[in-house]
Ligand binder design. Structure first.
Ligand SMILES: Cc1cc2nc3c(=O)[nH]c(=O)nc-3n(C[C@H](O)[C@H](O)[C@H](O)COP(=O)(O)O)c2cc1C
Length: 204
């Protein structure tokens, strides 16, 4: 069996923002969700829930709600007003072109610790999904566009008021021709320190 190490997948995975016309199958999506659900969690019940946008009907309704939310959240105010119509069209066309979007949510807890744990677990779930998708040649963009904080948008796309959106995952097959972005990371020595180093820093 062909196999690559987990370290290789972690390092090679990139956010893929180029959309391919190739379809993504429901079998693949379900298999990836199942794998993702082996993320750690620290609550009685697994905290993740997912809404899948796959059919053309779901897509057009979803994009309509996105565009309404962009207006409601006044997002266009930060765009170049001279070319606003083109920006709106580009945005709408992009969202219409995505083969599959997943709305991934976590429960909202009033208690800070429980809320933190739910967000952490669902973020781990998303990263599991991204890694497993990469190994099937499926690209993901984890998006936290401002509309995820719009209560009206949440309600219109079926997210309960007791849940928060942790990400919209835009999903597409990775075309062979896509030039993969290069990964840049700081070296470990730039952000990992011995306690003794930190304490002596404080004394200076
Ligand atoms: C919590 C979170 C939110 C993100 N939101 C967005 C987003 O709204 N739009 C976007 O294009 N990418 C988004 N990304 C993707 C990051 O920009 C990307 O992971 C980063 O540039 C590093 O690139 P890599 O994923 O290829 O390693 C997000 C990533 C994370 C972890």
């Amino acid at each position: 069996m062909f196999s690559v190490s987990i370290e290789q997948v972690i390092k090679e995975r990139r956010t893929i923002r180029t959309i391919s016309k190739q379809p993504v199958s429901i079998e693949d999506i379900k298999a990836l969700l199942e794998v993702a659900s082996y993320a750690p969690f620290h609550s009685k019940e697994e905290p993740w829930a997912v809404i899948m946008i796959m059919s053309p009907e779901e897509r057009s309704l979803f994009v309509e709600k996105i565009m309404d939310s962009y207006e409601r959240m006044n997002i266009w105010a930060r765009y170049d007003q001279e070319h606003l119509a083109a920006s709106k069209k580009r945005t709408e066309d992009y969202y219409l072109s995505v083969p599959v979007t997943l709305i991934v949510t976590a429960p909202i807890h009033e208690k800070k610790k429980a809320n933190f744990e739910a967000v952490g677990a669902v973020s781990a779930f998303i990263q599991n999904f991204q890694l497993a998708a990469w190994s099937r040649n499926i690209g993901v963009t984890w998006r936290t566009v401002p509309i995820i904080f719009d209560d009206v948008f949440k309600q219109e796309v079926g997210v309960g008021s007791d849940r928060q959106i942790i990400g919209l995952l835009d999903i597409s097959m990775i075309d062979e021709a896509v030039k993969l972005p290069r990964a840049k990371r700081k070296t470990v020595d730039q952000w990992a320190f011995h306690l003794s180093e930190k304490l002596s820093e404080n004394k200076e």
